[in-house]
Design a binder for this molecule. Structure first.
Ligand code: FES
Ligand code: FES
Length: 151
């Protein structure tokens, strides 16, 4: 299958990549751009370890074609360096093995950006698309709560 050159807008930079029409965004980010924060877990759209933001919305990059990202603003966990959500996860110990953490941080960041007051049920539902096998959801909720305005 022939490759074509396209430009992706990732973490505020224009990045040139060479993609086939069937290439998924996760692989292009990791292999061509060296952005290994998004993790390959299930690679089936179930676990959320590969979550990135596209136009500010969380997407599972293992089931998104790279070509769909052309013309969109893509943010990976590398683009959130020193963001409040990263500091909140660290200070609340919201990780254990850490494999799922980048995806959870992306999802939590998108939730916090909505500017809504903390609602336990909504946070639980929002984070359901990210599977953490270390059962550290309590700390993750604390991290999100620390970033949401009081009700
Ligand atoms: S690796 Fe994408 S959802 Fe699991
Ligand atoms: S911190 Fe280990 S799977 Fe989530």
């Amino acid at each position: 299958m022939p490759k074509r050159e396209v430009v992706l807008h990732v973490n505020g930079e224009e990045r040139v990549v060479h993609i086939r029409s069937a290439d998924v965004l996760l692989d292009v980010l990791r292999v061509q751009l060296g952005l290994t924060g998004a993790k390959p877990g299930c690679e089936n759209g179930d676990c959320g370890a590969c979550t990135v933001l596209v136009g500010g919305q969380p997407y599972k990059s293992c089931i998104m074609l790279a070509i769909e990202g052309v013309g969109q603003s893509i943010t990976t966990v590398e683009g959130l360096r020193d963001a409040p959500v990263q500091r909140a996860f660290a200070s609340c110990y919201a990780f254990q093995c850490g494999y799922c953490t980048p995806g959870l941080i992306m999802n939590a960041h998108a939730l916090v950006e909505r500017g809504l007051a903390f609602d336990e049920r909504e946070v639980q539902e929002w984070l359901e698309s990210n599977i953490c096998r270390c059962t550290s959801y309590e700390e993750i909720e604390k991290a999100v709560k620390s970033l949401c305005p009081p009700r």
